[in-house]
Design a protein around this ligand. Structure first.
Ligand SMILES: [Zn+2]
Length: 327
């Protein structure tokens, strides 16, 4: 943990506030992920989270809402939905805890505390106007909650969505805005993360998937004639990092299954996993929004490590790996 001491309020003599920060026990590599709803962390970045947790990095997950407006795919829990008992959000706290355990992630928080911000539902729905809807959140207030966490954890790397929230959901767009505003606020204090990544899917990977599934009866791309019709897909040269965590694919799948109300056991996600195996589950891609790209490989110099180029490769950086007994 980080401890902040000294007089941060300034003095009567007009001297600037003094803030002394002391590092105590957190590992050298610290990764912060900002997601909109419970399950987004597992679907979008579960392998990366499990990968870095296993390497001994400190992985902090911040989830902005409880996902109250989700559907329920478990028949006996169907009445938890917002339109009936409106208990889904509370239930999903437990699903998220189980997912984090599967990923090996121990530091998880809800932005502003559990229940501060409500799932806004899909774009244009009346739920966007709920008084606690995350979509309506005051940007500086919400970013302030994230800034508090950044002061404590001091992540070198932050992961969130692109300006379209990867696929256009209001809470994903808002998570992007809040995270980027918090980075600005952190920069003003001299504690900004060195790198900010946005989740991404290379067009080449999508094209391979569309080709592979074209003849399948369970085609997740059914009705999509061209890759441009999808709300995501990044040209390969714009991808900055490819995290290969295929050895963690089982952890990611277990985390996804923990979100049982959201992802049916029959989901095409698992069908793809069966077809593409460890690569589909275990490899995740990112664009770099802030910071300098480190050394990489392949035709586009894709980084293999989100901490690449940050100078954390010394003995001290490796110590937690040995301690964690990673093979
Ligand atoms: Zn979501």
């Amino acid at each position: 943990m980080w401890a902040t001491c000294g007089d941060a309020s300034g003095t009567a003599g007009g001297e600037p506030p003094v803030r002394v920060t002391v590092v105590t026990t957190l590992p050298d590599r610290r990764l912060l992920l900002v997601h909109a709803h419970p399950d987004d962390e597992s679907i979008g970045t579960g392998a990366t989270m499990a990968h870095y947790a296993a390497l001994g990095a400190h992985v902090t997950l911040v989830t902005c809402t409880l996902g109250e407006e989700g559907e329920v795919h478990v028949p006996e829990l169907a009445q938890l939905v917002a339109a009936e008992a409106d208990q889904l959000g509370g239930y999903r706290i437990g699903e998220l805890a189980e997912a984090c355990a599967a990923l090996g992630v121990t530091d998880h928080r809800f932005l502003g505390g559990a229940g501060r911000y409500r799932d806004s539902g899909m774009m244009g729905l009346a739920t966007n106007e709920h008084p606690r809807a995350f979509w309506r959140a005051d940007l500086d207030e919400a970013a302030g909650h994230l800034l508090e966490i950044m002061r404590e954890v001091r992540p070198q790397v932050l992961v969130t969505y692109d300006p379209n929230g990867f696929y256009g959901h209001p809470d994903h767009i808002q998570a992007h805005r809040v995270a980027m505003r918090a980075v600005e606020l952190a920069a003003a204090e001299g504690i900004a993360p060195a790198k900010v990544y946005w989740t991404a899917m290379p067009r080449s990977v999508l094209e391979a998937g569309m080709t592979h599934f074209a003849e399948s009866s369970d085609n997740p791309f059914a009705g999509i004639e061209h890759i441009d019709d999808l709300p995501f897909g990044t040209p390969d040269p714009e991808i900055a990092a490819r995290v290969d965590a295929t050895d963690r694919h089982a952890a990611k799948e277990a985390a996804m299954r923990a979100h049982a109300t959201q992802i049916p056991a029959t989901s095409w996600l698992y069908a793809i996993a069966g077809n593409f195996g460890a690569e589909f589950m275990g490899v995740e891609y990112f664009t770099l929004a802030v910071g300098e790209k480190g050394p990489g490989v392949g035709p586009y110099g894709w980084e293999e490590d989100l901490f690449a180029g940050l100078g954390l490769d010394g003995e001290a950086g490796r110590a937690p790996v040995v301690a964690a007994g990673v093979r």
